[in-house]
Write a protein that binds this ligand. Structure first.
Ligand code: NAP
Length: 344
């Protein structure tokens, strides 16, 4: 039995969800792949780190964070190593980049990934920052080092986008994408359409735990622009950054605009689109736009949707319903399993 050692940078919503799924599936993975997957290091921003090459008890790690708010400093596996120290020194096979997003720089996550790839380690990132700012460089580095670099969680949580494109759309050219990628603005616009006042929408969103205290990265369209950038970089090799997206948020959308759209049989959505012209130049746009009622993009229960326009398979639309933390954890998990499939 071979051990496959994982270092986790960040142990929040995504990290804990990954840990739950790994615990559930560990024995089945071992049976199917021959690998005993163990997490050997966990870092956080302010709650300490854990390090144990025999494998960390993930249930206990989660319990400590949830019940005590930090890892037990008296524990024999407690460590003061920060993320970069773990990336640089620990003998892991794969690193999971699960630290918070910096939408304007992609740092320090991109530095963690660059360092791990340079050491010849596999990388899974749920953090879209590094892909939005440094995709080409990191992809080429992974190729040069002969290691895997996967990132399914970055755009529609665990909903298969990149895995599907890689595994099922080989030799298809994608020259256009369109979709709705930001759940928060989709929710705000949906509630505005029902006539709910903005302060009530924001209060309910925060109380429901699905809206940040500061939702401006969503309402200004930055989150959607970063996701669109990732899609265009990965699917069309665009080589662009989020500041190159033609971006308008939803802050200027008024109840009157929504009523006027309704009178035309339409609803307003924050639409994302990207196209490649005949010369290979890729451009992306995020802006509120009208969609006819009844179009799949207007489905009330949708969290996100993506249409891919391909030469050999026509138009394909991927719909995401529900935004459970398990879906986020699954994206990280399935990328990790995909590494095992690649190194068998
Ligand atoms: N949650 C989702 O549904 C979702 C979906 C798709 C993608 N993502 C992406 O996944 C990543 C993680 O998201 P999350 O929801 O799990 O965030 P989260 O709940 O806020 O957790 C972030 C974790 O990272 C830790 N952290 C902060 N700075 C760090 C550093 N320099 N080194 C190591 N750890 C650090 C935090 O520790 P402290 O608490 O001590 O600061 C915490 O454990 C983000 O990039 C996010 O954009 C999340």
């Amino acid at each position: 039995m071979k051990q496959f050692s994982v270092a986790m940078l960040g142990y929040g919503i995504a990290g804990k969800a990954f840990a739950r799924i790994l615990n559930q599936t560990h024995d089945e993975i071992m049976k199917n792949t021959g690998y005993d997957v163990r997490v050997v290091a966990i870092t956080t921003g302010s709650r300490g780190s854990l390090y144990c090459m025999d494998g960390i008890d993930l249930k206990e790690a989660t319990r400590q964070l949830e019940e005590e708010g930090e890892f037990d400093p008296e524990s024999p596996i407690f460590s003061t190593m920060n993320s970069m120290e773990v990336v640089e020194t620990v003998d892991y096979d794969a690193v999971l980049e699960l630290t918070p997003l910096n939408i304007f720089t992609g740092l320090p996550a991109a530095d963690h990934i660059r360092k791990a790839l340079n050491r010849g380690k596999h990388v899974v990132s749920a953090n879209k920052g590094p892909l939005a700012w440094y995709y080409r460089e990191l992809r080429d580095l992974a190729k040069e080092k002969g290691v895997c670099f996967f990132f399914e969680t970055t755009v529609m949580a665990g909903t298969p986008v990149f895995n599907m494109a890689d595994n099922c759309l080989q030799y298809c050219k994608i020259d256009k994408v369109e979709g709705i990628f930001n759940a928060t603005t989709n929710y705000i616009l949906k509630e505005m359409t029902k006539g709910v006042p903005m302060d009530e929408i924001m209060r309910a969103g925060r109380e429901g735990g699905f809206m940040e205290a500061d939702a401006s990265m969503d309402t200004k369209g930055w989150d959607a622009a970063a996701k669109l950038t990732v899609l265009l970089n990965v699917l069309m090799d665009a080589g662009i950054t989020p500041d190159m997206i033609d971006r308008t948020g939803i802050e200027e959308v008024t109840p009157e605009d929504i009523e006027a759209a309704a009178s035309r049989g339409n609803v307003i959505k924050l639409l994302c689109s990207g196209t490649m012209d005949e010369n290979g130049k890729v451009t992306g746009k995020v802006a509120p736009g009208e969609v006819p009622v009844g179009d799949v993009f207007t489905d009330e229960n949708l969290v996100a949707v993506l249409s891919l326009y391909t030469d050999l398979m026509g138009k394909l639309t991927i719909l995401q319903y529900g935004l459970e933390t398990t879906q986020t954890g699954y994206g990280v998990f399935i990328d990790t399993v995909r590494i095992l499939d690649n190194i068998k």
